[in-house]
Design a protein around this ligand. Sequence first.
Ligand code: ADP
Ligand code: MG
Length: 236
Amino acid sequence: MLKLEKVSKSFGDVKAVEDITFEVENGEFVFITGASGAGKTTVIKLILREYLPDTGQIIIDGEDITKAKDKEIPKIRQQIGVVFQDFKVLSERTLRENIEVALAVAKVPQNEWKERVNHVLKLVGLMERGNFFPSQLAGGELQRTALARALVINPKVILADEPTGNLDWETADSIMDLFDKINKEGKTIIMATHHKGIIDKMKKRVIEIEKGKIVKDSGKKESHKEKPKEEVAEEK
Ligand SMILES: Nc1ncnc2c1ncn2[C@@H]1O[C@H](COP(=O)(O)OP(=O)(O)O)[C@@H](O)[C@H]1O
Ligand SMILES: [Mg+2]
C-alpha cells in the first residue's frame, strides 16, 4: 500500500534521508527507529507530502505522490492519519470538537459527525470525556484524543512520530496497547520512535535508520536472503 523507492532528501549540506527504499503492506505495523537526527521525522514528512524528495518515488496505493499537484495534496492527506509527540490538540475546544475539526477539514457531512466521533471516542476509551477541555486531561488522554482525531477520517494508514515521547512509561505502554488494538483491527501503522523499550516489547517489523540510510529492516522480504547462502555454499 505504501512504497518508498530510492528516496533522498537534503537540507543544504545535510543529507537527512539518503536512498531509502522500503515497502509497507496493508495491515502492517512498522517501526522506524534510529538516534535523534537519523532522519525519522523527515521520512514521516515525506510520506505526508510535507516535504518533496530530491529524488525517488513515494507510492501510495499505486499513486506516486511526489508527482501530485498542489491542489491534490489535501486528497493525499485525507488518506493518512497523523499523531505527533506533542498531541497538537486545540486547547480552547473540547475533545469532541477537536475530533470534529478533522471531519470538517475532510468535508464529511455534518449529519455523520456525532456517530463517527462517538465511535472513535469509544475506541480510544474516552467516551465519558468528550465534553472535557484538554487542560482537564492527562497526557495519555490527550494522545488518545489525537489518535481518535487521526482515526475519525478512516485513513488508510496512521503515521505516528514519537507518540510516546511526552508520556511516562506506564502511560506510553497503554498507548502502545491501543495502537496494537487498532492495528489488529486492520489499520496500517507506521511509527517513528527512538524508544527502544517499546520496540523490543512490541515485536513488530523494525526499520532502523542511521544518518539517513536504512541499516536494518527486520521485515524485508526474505525470499532473496536464502539464495546467496546457497550460491556461496555451491562455490565452495
Ligand atoms: N526542515 C529542516 N531544515 C533543515 N534541516 C533539517 C530539517 N529537518 C530535518 N533536518 C535535519 O535533517 C536531519 C534528520 O532530521 P530528522 O528527520 O528530524 O531526524 P529524527 O526525526 O530522526 O530525529 C537532522 O540532521 C536535521 O537537523
Ligand atoms: Mg524526529
